[in-house]
Design a binder for this molecule. Structure first.
Ligand code: URP
Ligand code: ZN
Ligand code: ZN
Length: 468
């Protein structure tokens, strides 16, 4: 089956160009000038006049049905990948999890069993190493060579859960320096945070706001600095700092990158749009909806402005969502009376492409940078490029037709994520997703879901193409 997407503006990292896109089966067969396309025949023609034709979004940080904080993230692989498709994301990279003492390949198998046969879009896995040991270090090599898993997340936060100490982190980084893996780091000083959180609770400061106040930016920056130092000591291990929220942490990354270090970082829409005061500090227990780590930052400090700047300058390479949804009822409510018991996470996999396009409409980012940070760079960073992340001959036909004249209203009434609230309730963003193709198959079109649970396939990944 041949499909021609006609009359649109194709946007790749090289910039926008008027072009038609020919799809043959699951693959892009050609990107051609409209004059040449007039000669082509196809079984189906999609009119994209007035629209952008962009590579399907690659969300490199999601947690479908993640067991966390005494409960489980409320989107399954089925509901979460369908919601992602509604928003123009056609690939997610989720996290398989190893906890101390568990055998890493067995953990990966468990996550395969959760996702296999139910995803609406393609998916892949990073591995969380919750227990660094001789066996788990050896397993890193095995996962890279045999399982298509080439990135490993470590935590400097959450003592007693996923936390690794500096020695464990150094050992994992040394292993990665040898095998080419990317180390993804949750960079917050969890030991110091736990002291501050216990002190706040002892004072009776138990509202959700204190989740943010006990995780100061200085402790994100300190951990970021330490992670960079450890990666340099380990021999230049590629290091990717996840969910960056603070100016001070970004400064550490910028300095390391200026030295030529293999250091990268992502941010997420919540840190660009939501704040400590307006969301986390909402009256009563409402702020629990926005408890996530790293936390939302103060609107009286320049974090969001600086994160946008980082996205422009490439000190922030990627926008992911860290999608980790919990319902307010019964899940977030577990922390009434003690913010430490609120499960950490925000859902947003459906809204990333629109929220970052709003940055284009606001003059924060170019069209090319929108596509690069949301699709191309995550694909390159994590070994999916050029199969994913670009509109080019030979790439998978993961294509989004995006209407810049549309408006999308974000609300629990209309979203498709399995959450009983929206972190962005009532917000209107520029543009709307008109059509989404995943490997040539229509998943979203004309406001309807045409996808199928099980269409999405596991994507084995190679090494990052950003290694220096
Ligand atoms: O609050 C968050 N970020 N929850 C998900 C787990 C993590 O640390 O990424
Ligand atoms: Zn994290
Ligand atoms: Zn996460």
């Amino acid at each position: 089956m041949r499909t021609l997407i006609r009359g649109g503006t194709v946007v790749n990292p090289a910039g926008p160009q008027p072009a038609d896109v020919l799809i043959d089966g699951e693959t892009i067969a050609g990107v051609v000038s409209p004059a040449v396309a007039a000669e082509l025949t196809a079984d189906e023609v999609i009119d994209a006049a007035g629209c952008y034709v962009i590579p399907g979004g690659v969300d490199a940080h999601t947690h479908m049905q993640m067991p966390f904080g005494g409960t489980t993230a409320s989107d399954t692989f089925e509901t979460g990948t369908a919601a992602a498709a509604w928003g123009g994301t056609t690939t997610i990279i989720d996290f398989a999890i190893q906890t101390p003492g568990e055998v890493v390949p067995e953990c990966l198998e468990r996550w395969h069993a959760k996702a296999a046969g139910v995803c609406a879009i393609d998916y892949s896995f990073h591995m969380i190493l919750g227990g660094v040991s001789d066996d788990s270090l050896k397993a890193m090599d095995y996962l890279i060579d045999h399982e298509g898993v080439s990135s490993f997340k470590l935590f400097m936060a959450y003592p007693g859960v996923y936390y690794s100490d500096d020695g464990q982190i150094l050992r994992a980084m040394q292993q990665a320096a040898g095998n080419g893996a990317v180390i993804m780091m949750h960079a917050e000083n969890g030991i110091a945070i736990d002291v501050l959180a216990a002190q706040a609770a002892a004072r009776g400061d138990t509202a959700p706001l204190y989740h943010g106040l006990t995780r100061p930016a200085a402790l994100e920056a300190e951990a970021t600095h330490r992670a960079i130092a450890l990666a340099e000591v380990a021999g230049g291990t590629p290091l990717y700092i996840v969910h960056m929220s603070a100016t001070e942490a970004l400064t550490e990354v910028s300095a390391a990158r200026s030295r030529g270090a293999n250091v990268f970082a992502e941010t997420c829409p919540q840190y660009l749009y939501l704040t400590l005061e307006d969301q986390l500090g909402a009256p009563g227990f409402e702020g629990a909806k926005w408890v996530c780590s790293t936390p939302l930052r103060s609107k009286h400090e320049p974090h969001a402005r600086d994160l946008w700047r980082g996205l422009r300058t490439d000190d922030l390479a990627v926008v992911s969502t860290d999608h980790c949804p919990f319902c307010f009822k019964d899940q977030k409510e577990m922390g009434r009376g003690d913010f430490r018991k609120i499960p950490n996470g925000i859902g947003g996999v459906e809204h990333r492409m629109q929220l970052i396009y709003q940055g284009v409409a606001d003059g924060q980012l170019s069209l090319a940078r929108w596509v690069e940070t949301c699709a191309t760079t995550p694909a390159r960073m994590f070994g999916l490029y050029p199969r994913k992340g670009v509109i080019a001959p030979g790439s998978d036909a993961d294509v989004v037709i995006y209407d810049p004249a549309g408006v999308t209203r974000l609300s629990v009434e209309t979203h498709h994520m399995n959450m009983d609230y929206s972190a962005y309730e009532g917000r209107e963003v520029a543009g709307s997703v008109r059509t989404v193709l995943s490997r040539g198959a229509r998943v979203i079109d004309g406001g309807r879901f045409h996808g199928r649970a099980g269409h999405g396939k596991f994507q084995p990944r190679g090494l990052s193409t950003y290694l220096r």
